[in-house]
Design a protein around this ligand. Structure first.
Ligand code: SAH
Length: 326
């Protein structure tokens, strides 16, 4: 049965569903049934744009790992997509102790994407385990990365004090009540962040959360759907468009800092990648490249770093167990 039918049946039987329930149904169906990435898919993420992205993240993680000099640790990624970021990260760290001393833990619910990740990573590391959720990852010093993961987690929306729901008007899905969304929140994101930061604080480690989002107390409606690289109506084609919300970085920061007592810094993606040497790495890649390859490398870096493209919209939240690691 197409997801629209399932949702309509459910609303007919038990009444309107919250935006959060709607998002969860859509995301499970969407990621569970396809490889959505790249030009032929619906959207392109940073690791798919340039190998430099995963390489620089690898350098950052290796630096934190060295600081802690943990013998046995876990290298974890939330929602690894095609596995590209982890592949680039593992390649750049392959001669380091980090590689030897970590078990890789991938959190992925989609069977199709798990399969893809297995294929991408089969020669990258000897010990890779897949988990349904972060709870199941064994306790140990933790080095974690999540790119465009939190934006896929469900948000609750409110029109004044009333929770916004998805209802039926005839056989069409509509939002109720009508009116402007005044508040959005993602308790699941906050809960996950607290869990991760608590683990890091207790066993040592560091995390990078990268996503599009905002650093302010108010924002309003950020729910969006993307299909074939274009915005679409979130209530149309449920389960066949990527439905996400902007990440509330202040809420995540509060969870990591106040609830888990970890150390947090938030930067713009452009600033972060430049600080880690995106320009220098690009130059290296261009050294023996043909003019076309050069052009490709430079325009990819530009896309990741430039303020007009992903440089400002995307934020990087760094979390560490020790102040000196920041
Ligand atoms: N990090 C990748 C993919 C981002 S898309 C990249 O940058 O290319 C979101 C990823 O999170 C997908 O792999 C999706 O299947 C996974 N995902 C979404 N919701 C999830 C959940 N609740 N638990 C685990 N994985 C989830």
């Amino acid at each position: 049965m197409p997801l629209t039918e399932t949702i309509i049946e459910r609303i007919k039987t038990s009444g309107p569903i919250t935006v959060a329930q709607y998002m969860e149904l859509c995301a499970t169906h969407y990621y569970g049934t396809r490889d959505p990435f790249g030009a032929a898919g619906d959207f392109t993420t940073a690791p798919e744009i340039s190998q430099v992205f995963g390489e620089l993240i690898g350098a950052w993680i290796q630096d934190k790992w060295q600081h802690l000099s943990a013998s046995q640790s876990i290298l974890c990624e939330l929602g690894p997509g095609r596995g590209t970021l982890m592949k680039d990260l593992l390649r750049v760290t392959r001669h380091s102790g980090l590689h030897e001393c970590t078990d890789v833990a991938l959190i992925e619910t989609s069977p199709i994407l798990r399969e893809l990740q297995m294929r991408t990573l089969k020669h990258s590391h000897r010990r890779i385990n897949w988990y349904q959720s972060f709870d199941a990852v064994p306790p140990a010093p933790l080095f974690l990365v999540a790119n465009e993961f939190f934006d896929a987690l469900p948000v609750h929306q409110y029109v004044e004090d009333v929770e916004r729901k998805v209802a039926l008007s005839g056989d069409k899905l509509v939002f109720t009540p009508e009116g402007k969304v005044t508040r959005e929140s993602s308790p699941l994101s906050v809960q996950m962040m607290t869990q991760i930061a608590t683990r890091i604080k207790r066993y040592g480690g560091a995390a990078l959360i990268i996503d599009y989002g905002y650093i302010s107390d108010t924002y309003g409606d950020s729910l969006q759907a993307v299909e074939h690289h274009k915005y679409s109506n979130p209530l149309e084609n449920p389960g066949d468009a990527d439905i996400t919300a902007h990440v509330d970085f202040l809420a995540l920061e509060r969870a990591a800092k106040d609830d888990a007592h970890a150390y947090v810094t938030i930067m713009q993606q452009g600033e972060f990648l430049t600080m880690l040497g995106a320009g220098i790495r690009a130059e290296q890649l261009c050294r023996n490249a043909s003019p076309e390859q050069k052009e490709r490398v430079l325009s990819a870096i530009e896309r990741l770093v430039s303020p007009q493209q992903m440089g400002i919209l995307f934020k990087v939240m760094m979390i560490t167990s020790d102040k000196e690691m920041m």
